[in-house]
Design a binder for this molecule. Structure first.
Ligand code: FES
Length: 97
């Protein structure tokens, strides 16, 4: 299952553009974003301490536990920290500028 490949679509809100990046199930989402040169702001470099690397799930699922930086209502709306999230399969994610 860990070797299963999938496609992550990053919807760049600012540019109104979709960028698709191939990924593997279980892969860290911030690593996928960086490979695709997606502009996910990550000042703490992915250690979960800045709360800035937010993406919103529009379609599909991510494996990500709740974070201090994501309020319950935001979590329910699909917001996750990219550096704390892992790919589960094809997904479409909103990236805000
Ligand atoms: S990069 Fe800082 S919390 Fe994700």
């Amino acid at each position: 299952m860990q070797d299963e490949s999938c496609l992550i679509t990053f919807r760049l809100e600012e540019d109104e553009e979709d960028v698709r990046v191939a990924a593997r199930v279980g892969e860290n989402l911030l690593a996928v974003a960086r490979r695709g040169r997606i502009p996910v702001f990550a000042p703490c470099d992915g250690n979960g301490s800045c709360g800035k690397c937010r993406v919103r799930i529009l379609n599909g699922k991510l494996r990500a536990s709740k974070s201090f930086y994501i309020a319950d209502v935001e979590y329910d709306a699909g917001w996750r920290l990219a550096c704390m999230a892992h790919v589960m399969g094809d997904a479409t994610l909103l990236v805000r500028d």
